[in-house]
Design a protein around this ligand. Structure first.
Ligand code: SF4
Length: 491
């Protein structure tokens, strides 16, 4: 399929729009003077007019037939406003040609709830914002309501967020083996084991640098999140060392109580009593034990070397030891799964009563690469899985509390975190809303400075551990300089 543009540079946004209808496709691009008519695709041409206006001409070529429409725009229209005009022109034609109506309408961003919050402030309240969602962006009633419900659940969490505080994210980008659908920079320990001692040693230094910076700026920590990868891939001794450094350099001097201390225990095949005892000793109050599915055939096809029974055993162990905030992650759309199988997984999760359940939709691009030979649930099946989850979890008392979308998601849907009241994870909300500065530690962790000159400044430390180790001195030099930026932007 072809994406044609002329007279403007908003090609990325056009691609994002087309992906709502044909998610797992590769596109060709053209900037010729006249729109191509022989390949299926979309075209948007912008022509300045002598009266100072601009003529926006849109084409959708679908199964050989050409559909056209035009809009006259003010001569000053550009940037985000032009994106919206192009989408508004092409979107109805794409719906008519494909017979599809994307659930999130023409919203292509990953944070619809954040957008709804901005519309609330701009348009004068929740009702007006919901109207904008429905009428301007063509978001379905179901998704508009979902976003609005999440916003309500988030309000007290935002209200309780300390004004001058940061969150800290610590990255352990290693896993015991790599799941087939993995889209993270995760390195299996069997391959990368030799790097681990060096990696931990580097982290020890970085934690110290961050601790000095926080102390110098008298900056409190609001939430702490250790993710990956699978942090519990570390043995109990290394885990103890890591949590000890965090305690000594960051938490002992923290002037406020942490609202959340999460460790993603993630893979049940890494969880032991000894490691859980270490987490407990350091005050970790939220962990994840991730089934992804309770169907053993699905787990096998996904390359997860554990069974549903292993997950249940790990979860029960955590509960027996007193963890009272456990999250479980699931993925809708895994190969070999069915609506019945997925519904069964969700019912079994509810029976276990974890405090939160997060439901992701599989990214189609990955799926296409890895599962070409396996039976895949189609977009309609994924939609039914998501619909079942939303209804069943809410009936069981779980409230949706954060949401994000990814590119190429099955059914163009969303990932949603559900929690029992009071068990929402502030870190997830703040991170998705971009409303609190997050200091990342380790390879792959990204530091987000909120309120910087350009709004948000992101600094991602090298994606791969070997790169992180190679460039460590230089990276830490940059990290020290963050103090100046932080000093300038913090209230
Ligand atoms: S546990 Fe998560 S991060 Fe690790 S390989 Fe599997 S999907 Fe990737």
């Amino acid at each position: 399929m072809i994406i044609h543009s002329y007279g403007h540079t908003r090609v990325y946004e056009m691609e994002a729009l087309l992906k709502l209808f044909v998610p797992a496709q590769k596109f060709a691009f053209s900037t010729a003077e006249t729109p191509p008519t022989d390949d299926d695709g979309i075209s948007a041409c912008l022509y300045p007019q002598v009266d100072g206006t601009q003529l926006l001409q849109g084409h959708v070529i679908w199964q050989g037939a050409v559909h056209r429409d035009v809009r006259v725009l003010d001569g000053t229209v550009q940037g985000n406003v032009l994106d919206r005009e192009i989408s508004a022109l092409l979107y109805p034609m794409l719906c008519a040609c494909t017979g599809l109506r994307p659930a999130w309408g023409m919203l292509t961003g990953i944070r619809p709830v954040n957008l709804l919050r901005r519309f609330e402030q701009r348009d004068g309240g929740p009702e007006a914002a919901m109207e904008t969602f429905r009428n301007v962006w063509h978001v379905t009633e179901e998704k508009t309501q979902l976003a609005a419900r999440i916003l309500e659940v988030q309000r007290p969490i935002f209200a309780a967020t300390p004004k001058r505080a940061v969150s800290v994210y610590v990255s352990i980008p290693f896993c015991p083996t790599r799941c087939k659908y993995c889209s993270f920079v995760s390195n299996s320990v069997t391959q990368m084991k030799r790097l681990l001692p060096q990696y931990l040693d580097a982290m020890r230094q970085e934690i110290r640098i961050v601790g000095e910076m926080l102390k110098a700026l008298s900056l409190p920590i609001d939430t702490m999140y250790i993710g990956g990868g699978t942090p519990t891939v570390l043995d109990a001794q290394d885990l103890d060392a890591l949590l000890g450094w965090l305690k000594a350099d960051l938490l002992d001097a923290n002037p406020i109580p942490l609202r959340e201390y999460t460790v993603e225990a993630g893979r049940p095949d890494t969880i032991t009593k000894e490691k859980l005892a270490v987490l407990q000793a350091y005050g970790v109050d939220r962990i994840s034990v991730n089934p992804q599915s309770f169907q053993n055939a699905v787990l096998e096809a996904a390359g997860r070397p554990h069974t549903a029974e292993d997950t249940i055993a790990a979860y029960r162990l955590a509960k027996e030891m007193g963890f009272d905030n456990v999250n479980m992650d699931f993925i809708a759309g895994l190969p070999c799964d069915t609506v019945e199988g997925f519904s069964d997984s969700i019912r079994r999760a509810i029976d276990l009563q974890p405090e939160s359940i997060t439901v992701h939709c599989l990214a189609l691009k990955k799926a296409a690469d890895f599962y070409a030979s396996l039976p895949m649930p189609d977009a309609e099946a994924v939609r039914q899985m998501v619909e079942f989850t939303q209804e069943t979890l809410q009936t069981a008392g779980y409230r949706p509390y954060y949401l994000y979308r990814q590119k190429n998601m099955a059914g163009n849907l969303e990932n949603v975190g559900y929690a029992l009241p009071g068990k929402e994870a502030p870190y997830n909300i703040l991170m998705m809303d971009d409303s609190q500065t997050i200091l990342g530690i380790g390879s792959g962790a990204s530091t987000k400075l909120i309120g910087a000159a350009r709004g948000i400044q992101r600094v991602t430390e090298c994606k791969y551990p070997y790169e992180y180790l190679e460039r460590f001195a230089e990276l830490m030099e940059e990290k020290r300089k963050l103090s100046e930026t932080l000093l300038a932007i913090l209230p």
